[in-house]
Structures are given as structure tokens and as C-alpha cells.
Design a protein around this ligand. Structure first.
Ligand code: AMP
Length: 432
């Protein structure tokens, strides 16, 4: 902590709601991303990485105003050149922008992508809620079939289960398409108008702009009114009804437990037909349910990012921070992280001079080692090797440096053997 001139105390700290990833948490993320990518690839998804910054209108034009993300949570900036950019608050709109920009309509459909990385929302930080957090997304673009909805749900569930989640259920709903949604919206609006006296100010405002959002209001009074609100599923046109029925049949066939939640509309306005959330029943504060992933169909999003045609698509976003922070997380270990088999000890300036050459021989042969090159005495280096429970040590001193050899020491029984450098790899291979 340091005092500024104005006598104010300033902390050295990262921005609120944003943190440094390191140590076990870093490995936890890295291990998760490796496993999630593996599952995604088995299901046929290919990688894509869109920029962290996008033109602001990619999000404002698609996620829609009257949503928390656009109204309150987006980090925007004006560049020195005068461009208005935004830190991505999610991956989907940017992915669709990439699909349209690269003319992916002419590729065999659907085009299936996975994407992961940090997203930014200026939300109120609390447990499981950050301002910079990580999402892993799976998306199928260019196909309107119900099996695509089932595919992203199933692949998302598999990723969560591979990470150790067990007590999962799905909340699912269909909010229809442009055919049937307007009829439903009229009915919903007229229901809220009848109950307007019971609605808090914030929801009265939503009634003018985005009545669907009243359905997932956090206001207690509104929650009561919502109990008898008309549900979108009863208003689905035959095509949407068929689609929803098929999605549920797929879930049943895969033994995925679901709950049709008529109040689930999700915060973003680009959704059509299927919307869903994967929920850990007691994952939240005080055993409340916690959403680990969410998604749905977004058949009209493409036009909002500049396409001349609609591109039917469906996707899921998995919240990675909540997985890594969960007690059930398996602590998936990154593949590049290897347990050291050898502890490298050097003694004296002549040996230290050549140490990095020996270490490079071992690295090229993929033999994981640990070392403390900054230390000088044998005792202190052996002490570290013992502390780390590494089975063998290589001791490299003046004599060995002159004779192109090393001493290999068994840390268990303390037996030692001198081995010529040109025979070292062969010798190490024989060790158990
Ligand atoms: P959304 O894009 O809002 O549907 O979120 C998808 C998933 O991302 C959620 O189910 C959460 O697991 C996760 N998530 C959303 N907002 C946050 C946040 N502020 N901090 C951490 N994870 C979040």
C-alpha cells in the first residue's frame, strides 16, 4: 500500500472483479480447457479465436438494448482513431460476425466451432460472479434441425461431467420464432397491463421495451405475478412446437433430466425457439441453484451483424470460473505439466557453466526435471530434491564437467553411479 500526495491510500491491485490466474488455479483452467477441447473435437467442433475487442455495434445490434449486458455491463472505448469498440461480453455475436465476414454460408453446413477465452461484464462482483470471466462455447451455425440443439446440450453436459459435475439438471423453454412470438408477446403484455399496479417500477419500464424480460425478473412482487403469466410453449406455432418436442425427445433418449421452465427467457434478445440453462442444484450461495452454462437457438442473429440472410444456429456457453471454483472440480491436470523424474544438482563454477547444456539434453529427450541452479551447496540442493520426493538426482561437479560425465543418485537408497554423458539417456531409460 502506498500513500498518495492527496493523503489517499491506494492499493496495488488488479481492477475490481478481475484477477491474476496463477498456481493451482491456472493449472485448473488449463487442464479444463484441454479436456473441453478434446470433447469438442470428438463431437466434430473446430477451433476459432475471435478478437477480444469488436466494433461496439456487433453487440449492441444483436444482444439488444433493454438487456443488462448492453444497458449496464459492457466495457466500451473510443480509439484514438475514433472507432467505437467493446470488450466482448460474450462470444456468440462475434462468432456470427466471423461467419458472415468469411462467407461461411458457402461451406458445408452446419459449421461447428468451439471458442474459449475471457469475456467482460461490468457486473456486481460476488461469489461466482466476476467482471472478467472465462467462457467455453460450442456453436453449430447454418442448420435449423432440432438435433443440433440436442448436440450442443449433450456435448456441453459431457464437458461438465468430465470436469466432475454430477448433480446437473437442465431448465429448458421455447420462446418461439417470429411467427408465434408476436402473438405470445401480445398476450403477455396484456397480462402485465392487467397487473400493472403490482409491478415494480423497473418492470413497468420493461413492459414498454422488452416484456419478455419481466419473466426472469428478480423482483419478489413480479415473481408472484409471473406465477400465473401465460407461458410461451402454449403459443408455439406447429413448426416451433414440433422442434421443441423433438429436442425434448432427444434429451429423454439420452437420459438427460430436464425441467420445462416457462419463465426462462435468458437475458439476451437474439434467442429464438430453444433456450436452456444447465444448473447445479445446490451450487450457489446457501445451497441455491447455480447456472453453470446457458444457451439456445439464435436463428435471426446473423441479420443483426450484417448478413443479408438468416443463418439458423444454436450454441452453449459454459462458465469456466464456476467449474474451477467448485468443490467437485476434478482438478484436471494440463498435459504439459510433468512430474519431475530427476533433480539436477550442480557443484562449482565449472559445472554451473555447463549446466544448461545438460538440462537441454534432458529436455530434448523429454525427461522432466527440477533444479535449483541458483543454489551452490550440495546439502541445500539435496534437501530440495528430498522435499520434492524426486526419485533420482543428477550430480554434476568439477570432475564430471572435465570428464563429460554425471553422477546419478538414487534418492531412495542413496546409491550413486558415474555415467558418461553419451550413455546418459540410455541409462536413465533403464531406471524405474
Ligand atoms: P450467459 O452468457 O450470461 O448465459 O452465461 C453463461 C454462463 O457463464 C453462466 O451460466 C455462468 O456459468 C457464466 N457466467 C455468467 N456471468 C458470469 C460472471 N459474471 N462471472 C462468472 N461466470 C459467469
Amino acid at each position: 500500500m502506498k500513500k498518495t500526495n492527496k493523503n489517499k491510500t491506494t492499493e496495488v491491485s488488479s481492477p475490481k472483479g478481475m484477477r491474476d490466474l496463477m498456481n493451482e488455479e491456472y493449472y485448473g483452467f488449463q487442464g479444463f480447457f484441454e479436456k473441453a477441447q478434446e470433447v469438442a473435437i470428438y463431437y466434430g467442433f473446430k477451433p476459432i479465436d475471435t478478437p477480444i475487442l469488436e466494433k461496439e455495434e456487433v453487440f449492441t445490434g444483436s444482444i439488444g438494448s433493454d438487456t443488462d449486458i448492453i444497458d449496464k455491463e459492457m466495457y466500451t472505448l473510443k480509439t484514438k482513431g475514433g472507432d467505437h469498440l467493446a470488450l466482448r461480453p460474450e462470444h456468440t455475436a462475434a462468432l456470427m460476425r466471423a461467419y458472415v465476414e468469411h462467407g461461411m454460408q458457402s461451406m458445408p453446413q452446419p459449421v461447428m466451432f468451439y471458442q474459449y477465452g475471457p469475456v467482460f461484464r461490468h457486473d456486481k462482483p460476488q461469489r461466482g460472479r466476476y467482471r472478467q470471466f472465462w467462457q467455453f462455447d460450442l456453436d453449430c451455425l447454418g442448420n435449423d434441425k432440432s438435433i443440433m440443439d440436442a448436440l450442443v446440450v449433450k456435448a456441453g453436459m459431457s464437458i461438465l461431467e468430465e470436469a466432475g459435475a454430477t448433480n446437473l439438471t437442465i431448465d429448458i423453454n421455447s420462446i418461439g420464432d417470429k411467427e408465434c412470438r408476436n402473438v405470445y408477446l401480445k398476450e403477455l403484455t396484456s397480462y402485465y397491463k392487467k397487473n400493472i399496479n403490482g409491478l415494480p417500477a423497473v418492470d413497468r419500464e420493461r413492459l414498454k421495451t422488452n416484456p419478455l424480460r419481466i419473466l426472469d425478473s428478480k423482483e419478489e412482487k413480479t415473481k408472484q405475478i409471473n406465477e400465473n403469466a401465460p407461458d410461451s410453449v402454449s403459443f408455439l406455432c406447429p413448426a416451433c412446437k414440433k422442434h421443441f418436442k423433438e429436442v425434448l425427445e432427444y434429451l429423454e433418449e439420452m437420459d438427460i433430466a430436464y425441467n420445462v421452465n416457462k419463465n426462462l427467457v435468458r437475458g439476451l434478445s437474439y434467442y429464438t425457439r430453444t433456450v436452456f440453462e444447465i444448473i447445479e442444484q445446490e451450487g450457489g450461495e446457501d445451497g441455491t441453484p447455480l447456472a453453470l452454462a446457458g444457451g439456445g437457438r439464435y436463428d435471426y442473429l446473423a441479420r443483426h451483424v450484417g448478413s443479408k440472410r438468416d443463418v439458423p444456429a444454436v450454441g452453449i456457453s459454459i462458465g469456466v470460473d464456476r467449474i474451477i471454483g467448485a468443490s467437485w472440480y476434478k482438478k484436471l491436470s494440463p498435459r504439459i505439466l510433468k512430474k519431475p523424474k530427476i533433480y539436477f544438482i550442480q557443484l562449482g563454477p565449472e559445472a554451473k557453466l555447463k549446466s544448461l547444456n545438460i538440462i537441454e539434453i534432458l529436455r530434448k529427450a523429454h525427461i522432466p526435471i527440477a533444479q535449483s541452479l541458483s543454489k551452490d551447496s550440495l546439502g541445500s540442493q539435496l534437501a530440495v530434491a528430498e522435499k520434492l520426493s524426486i526419485p533420482h538426482a543428477i550430480i554434476f561437479g568439477l570432475k564430471e564437467a572435465l570428464e563429460n560425465s554425471v553422477i546419478v543418485r538414487d534418492m531412495g537408497n542413496r546409491s550413486q553411479e558415474t555415467v558418461k554423458l553419451n550413455k546418459l539417456l540410455e541409462y536413465l531409460k533403464e531406471l524405474k
